[in-house]
Design a protein around this ligand. Structure first.
Ligand code: FO1
Length: 346
């Protein structure tokens, strides 16, 4: 079971998968492929926010209110930065988080790849789920703004998202280095060998798209024989958190569960999804999506609702699997002369 993850929605899904796996008493069968487009160097530290959100949630160390950083962390270091160098104090790195990012920076400087650093740090935090960066190559998300007289400027993602609180609305999001990246070791195999591929309820534009844009990843998802199901990051036309609505607006996508499903596309029409899991209130409006649509409560609580979401996801995946095997049977059948075809109703 492999899932594409970014931001807080991906981290909460990772935690739900982990708890479901533990309740089932099974060895961990999940692999997270995590966005690295948010990564940047700040105060000399190499920060990987989406990898850290997944790691902290799985290690039960995450700040549940903010969704990022460490629970109960102190802020002596960042307050000193704000006192002495306020222009660098906008990114709230807690003291333990600084230690974590210093360890990442130290290991990277020693020559380890981001995959190796992530494997080492997640193991040290007792995390048994496999957490893979989408790529080991730098692939920063940049935010482009049109300027006067046809000029334009771009800004780092974190500067826009955190320092500038997602203001103003940009002209576009760009992944300028993505063409020269390659999937991190194990990523393509984790997709092609999966029995289910899940797209987490992450920001489709700045969390999932940067993963799919890594050469080979979108193609692997399109080609995989397993069912591909997504979880809507939008409930009742509002993002569960963050500014996904503003990001969707930049790409001309309505802030609705069905519009996001259409953006990912249906497998039979060259898209990615076989199935789409939406909040109960969004089922009717999602009828336009040609794939299978299923309903579930979609707000993670770290309690019973999480198990309901995972169960609903697996039930949807099983139905999509059945549909895919019927479709492939039909397509194989169509190659067989009519007289020799096996015909049975499913
Ligand atoms: N998000 C914020 O909105 N404000 C912050 O000050 C902030 C600090 C921060 C520090 C470490 C880290 O791993 C994540 C942090 N985030 C912060 C979240 C970060 O911007 C993520 O990239 C977004 O949540 C989107 O994934």
């Amino acid at each position: 079971m492999t899932f594409l993850s970014g931001g807080i929605g991906g981290a909460r899904l990772a935690y739900a998968f982990q708890q479901w796996n533990r309740r089932a008493g099974l060895p961990c069968a999940f692999t997270a492929i995590v966005n690295v487009g948010d990564d940047f160097t700040h105060l000399g530290l190499r920060v990987s926010p989406d990898i850290d959100s997944v790691t902290y949630h799985l290690a039960d160390l995450g700040d549940q209110h903010r969704g990022w950083g460490r629970a109960g962390d102190t802020d002596a270091a960042i307050r000193e930065v704000q006192r002495v160098l306020p222009e660098a104090g906008w990114f709230q790195l807690g003291d333990l988080d600084i230690a974590h990012n210093a360890m990442r920076t130290h290991l990277l400087t020693e020559g380890l790849t981001l995959s190796e650093v992530t494997a080492k740090l997640t193991a040290r935090y007792g995390v048994d789920m496999r957490v893979l960066p989408s790529t080991n190559d730098p692939s920063p998300t940049r935010v482009r703004f049109s300027g006067p007289n046809g000029t334009s400027v771009d800004r780092g993602f974190q500067e826009w998202w955190v320092r500038d609180r997602a203001e103003p609305l940009p002209q576009s999001f760009e992944f300028p280095l993505v063409a020269s990246t390659s999937p991190a070791p194990g990523v393509i195999e984790a997709i092609s060998g999966a029995d289910v591929v899940v797209i987490a309820p992450s920001n489709p534009i700045v969390s999932i798209e940067p993963i799919l844009a890594i050469p080979g990843i979108r193609e692997a998802v399109e080609r995989v024989s397993a069912p591909v199901v997504g979880i809507s990051p939008i409930i009742a036309n509002k993002p569960v958190r963050g500014w996904a609505d503003r990001c969707l607006q930049v790409e001309g996508v309505d802030c609705t569960a069905s519009a996001v499903a259409e953006r990912y596309g249906h497998r039979n029409e060259g898209g990615l999804l076989d199935g789409w899991l939406v909040d109960e209130g969004d089922v009717t409006s999602s009828r336009s999506f040609p794939g299978r649509v299923a309903a579930s409560p979609l707000r993670f609580t770290r309690g019973e609702e999480d198990f309901q979401i995972v169960d609903a996801l697996f039930e949807l995946a099983a139905k999509c699997e059945m549909q895919r095997s019927v479709n492939s049977h039909r397509s194989v059948n169509s190659l067989i002369p009519q007289s020799e075809r096996i015909t049975h109703s499913v």
